[in-house]
Design a protein around this ligand. Structure first.
Ligand SMILES: Cc1cc2nc3c(=O)[nH]c(=O)nc-3n(C[C@H](O)[C@H](O)[C@H](O)COP(=O)(O)OP(=O)(O)OC[C@H]3O[C@@H](n4cnc5c(N)ncnc54)[C@H](O)[C@@H]3O)c2cc1C
Length: 616
């Protein structure tokens, strides 16, 4: 397939594709593969070489109820995911994902993904937090793993299959903005080539955002430096709102002081969290599954131990994870990267001593609202509202899809279960590709001239930076955003802290708008890219803080101390208020407007899982 250069707009190169995908991570490459194999002309634009996308860092596994090593089926997986989401996930989407899981994992196996094996040749599966057998009875082995490098194996497999299928990659290109026509439909993206500073237009019948997470809005994060929420910023600048952004997952075991992740697979293999007295304290908080409780609960429990004076170290400011009893053989076979991380980032030999850990920001449950097919959908503000004032109807944004961590389907609701993200990438990447193939034909003639003015917005942004003679340093502004988020939207929140956070963030607008780019060169100007990223970080941070400050309850990862939990239950997510708050937040950047839409409560084929208290 040749790259087709069809035209120029204001001397800017225009490339024409059936589909353009922004992001070469697990979700982007799974969608690209579906499309390329279906005969579509596909371009993948990516900030970094595809196999360096954050998916490569995923360690623990991909969830699917294969039942290779314990009694399992998709109904259990469905139930666990609904419960994990604290009943904010949409049950039709969750059913879809859990039912598709075995199929998509076997597809990966057949593509050649090198999973670990059991003696009988089947895929090795390890236990993971919140995944249970028989509706919460005991932990189940559901995480399909390739040692502690599952994302690495997944990404390399998908990259190779894409090369075979003829997907075109634009590597170290940065997408800047969506192109929206007069009708509000999306016609592609404007992007810049880092190597040369060249700007180009990618025109496409369908555009897929697959830009991953935005964990870099926090100061301490397990996320790669590239996770700056660009896709969310692009959507917001095109007038698209973001959903459920108050829900951010803290992973219990970031290396203390470094942020680097130690996979939940450690606890899956038997690691134990201990306080300064050596106590395996999770037994008190989650008597049934103990250290394998979901992440929101474990993170809160750790914080609670520290708060009550049982933290480890001279300052009592962290917890330790003990793997010494697992044995050198298991560690070297199942957790070789964790061993390396221990040595390099904590100077600890995990086979001999416990490693200091702390809850660290890890995953964004919210994102760009989509349907089960990945189509971006926004509330119909002219449509009906129900008796609770919720917007019940949605409008598809034509030509635009979102998949992976940047999207909110919503399968993770208020708290994601480990291994369900890799699953989400492949299930919904594939579904979006299939939907496009089923609804659009590949055509060499779909080019229609664009109004040159579509570029004005982006060119103005670029020129403003290029012509800046004074203003604020991009990194300083980004650091201010991060410090604010870290302080005001952490594991335990209070209304006062969040309200103050909103004020601080809104006061940063002037700085965000007036960044000074000192280095004006064209070739590999990373300072320019960092300056452009600040606008995206800022939108994601505002979405998070404003949505959080308006949700007056505790649910999943959003724990606000003002909204009472029963005294006898210090960390279970009570203070949840289903009567008033079982609804999705929708935040618009313009005017920081917030509206709500209903949670979808009707699964596809099974009965609704009624809400109850989440105990583990
Ligand atoms: C350390 C770590 C371990 C994890 N372990 C697990 C696990 O074991 N199991 C699990 O289920 N989940 C895990 N997760 C979560 C999961 O890995 C991520 O949610 C998932 O990989 C995100 O995939 P993605 O396809 O959405 O995006 P990513 O893999 O993050 O890829 C984003 C892509 O977008 C591109 N991009 C971004 N902005 C632009 C732009 N402006 N222009 C062009 N390209 C752009 C990037 O270059 C990249 O190719 C882990 C996450 C982390 C951080």
């Amino acid at each position: 397939m040749a790259t087709r250069q069809d035209n120029t707009i204001s001397n800017i190169k225009t490339l024409n594709y059936d589909s353009v995908i922004v992001g070469g991570g697990g979700s982007g490459m799974r969608a690209a593969l579906q499309l390329a194999e279906g005969g579509m002309n596909v371009a993948v634009i990516t900030k970094v070489f595809p196999t360096r996308s954050h998916t490569v860092a995923a360690q623990g596994g991909i969830g699917a109820s294969l039942g290779n090593m314990s009694d399992d089926n998709w109904h259990f997986h469905f139930y666990d995911t609904v419960k994990g989401s604290d009943w904010l996930g949409d049950q039709d989407a969750i059913e879809f994902m859990c039912r598709e899981a075995p199929k998509v994992v076997y597809e990966l196996e057949h593509m050649g993904m090198p999973f670990d094996r059991n003696p009988d040749g089947t895929i090795y599966q390890r236990p993971f937090g919140g995944h249970t057998s028989n509706y919460g009875e005991k932990a189940v082995q559901r995480a399909c793993a390739a040692a502690d490098r599952t994302g690495h194996a997944l990404l390399h497999t998908l990259y190779q299959k894409n090369l075979e299928a003829g997907t075109e990659f634009f590597i170290e290109w940065i997408a800047l903005d969506l192109i929206k026509d007069e009708k509000g439909d999306i016609n592609g993206v404007v992007a810049i080539d880092q190597e040369t500073g060249t700007v180009a237009v990618f025109q496409a019948t369908n555009t897929i955002l697959a830009t991953g997470g935005a964990g870099r809005i926090f100061a301490a994060s397990t996320n790669a430096y590239i996770n700056t929420g660009d896709g969310l910023g692009m959507a917001v600048r095109a007038g698209i709102p973001l959903q459920d952004m108050e829900f951010w997952q803290f992973h219990p075991t970031g290396v203390f002081g470094a942020g680097v992740l130690l996979t939940e697979g450690c606890r899956g293999e038997g690691a134990i969290l201990r306080n300064k007295d050596g106590e395996a304290f999770m037994e008190r908080y989650a008597p049934t599954v103990k250290d394998l409780a979901p992440r929101d609960l474990v993170s809160r429990s750790m914080d609670q131990e520290i708060k009550e004076g049982r933290g480890c170290g001279p300052n009592g400011d962290h917890i330790v994870m003990d793997m010494t009893h697992l044995g050198v053989d298991t560690i070297m076979k199942r957790l070789p990267s964790v061993f390396e991380i221990g040595k390099n980032f904590a100077n600890v030999d995990i086979t001999k001593e416990p490693i200091p850990v702390i809850p660290t920001i890890h995953y964004m449950m919210g994102g760009i609202p989509t349907t089960i097919n990945g189509q971006v959908i926004v509330p119909d503000l002219e449509g009906p509202v129900d008796e609770e004032g919720l917007y019940t109807e949605g409008k598809i944004v034509k030509g635009l899809y979102a998949i992976g961590e940047c999207a909110c389907v919503s399968v993770h609701g208020a708290n994601r279960l480990g291994t369900n993200s890799l699953l989400d990438l492949v299930v919904f990447g594939r579904a979006a590709g299939k939907h496009i193939i089923d609804n659009f034909s590949s055509s060499d003639h779909n080019y229609h001239p664009m109004n040159p003015r579509v570029l004005d917005f982006t060119m103005n942004r670029l020129n403003k930076l290029q012509q800046s003679t004074q203003g604020y340093n991009a990194q300083d502004v980004a650091d201010e955003i991060r410090a604010t988020m870290q302080k005001h939207a952490s594991v335990f929140r209070t209304q006062a802290l969040m309200d103050e956070g909103v004020e601080k963030l809104l006061a940063l607008q002037e700085k965000v708008d007036n960044i000074h780019l000192a280095d004006k060169s064209q070739v590999f100007n990373t300072a320019r890219i960092e300056a452009l990223e600040v606008a995206n970080l800022y939108e994601v941070a505002k979405a998070t803080m404003l949505s959080a400050s308006k949700r007056h309850e505790c649910r999943g990862a959003h724990t606000v101390l003002d909204y009472e939990r029963p005294e006898d239950d210090a960390v279970a997510p009570n203070g949840r208020n289903d009567n008033e708050w079982m609804k999705h937040t929708i935040w618009y950047s313009e005017g920081n407007k917030i509206i709500y839409k209903p949670v979808r409560k009707v699964p596809l084929t099974v009965d609704y899982v009624e809400p109850k208290v989440r105990v583990y």
